[in-house]
Design a binder for this molecule. Structure first.
Ligand code: SF4
Ligand code: SF4
Length: 89
């Protein structure tokens, strides 16, 4: 289980300010969440002004592509690449 960011993200980075595990990454037009690191605390979803973050099993039907988008971001990336993309606030 993990939380997932949809394309509704406006990149104001409020989620990264509250994430206790620093597992939010800059994916270009939006941020994404590492399923390996996310503890499912839900704090990011509470803070998101765009309502862009959902638990993976509660992503609305018309936003299901977000699940694969979040997963794919992490495929094949080196630890160094991930460190560069990790949102620091
Ligand atoms: S709080 Fe919501 S809108 Fe802001 S960066 Fe995070 S996911 Fe995107
Ligand atoms: S659910 Fe918690 S651990 Fe997971 S990304 Fe959001 S704030 Fe971070």
């Amino acid at each position: 289980m993990a939380h997932v960011v949809t394309a509704d993200c406006s990149k104001d980075m409020e989620c990264a300010k509250v994430c206790p595990n620093n597992c939010i990454y800059d994916a270009g037009n939006q941020v994404v969440i590492s399923a390996d690191e996310c503890m499912d605390c839900g704090m990011c979803a509470q803070e998101c002004p765009a309502e862009a973050i959902y638990p993976v099993d509660e992503v609305p039907g018309d936003k299901q592509e977000a699940i694969a988008f979040n997963e794919k971001f992490f495929e094949g990336k080196s630890p160094e690449d991930l460190d560069k993309a990790r949102v620091q606030v």
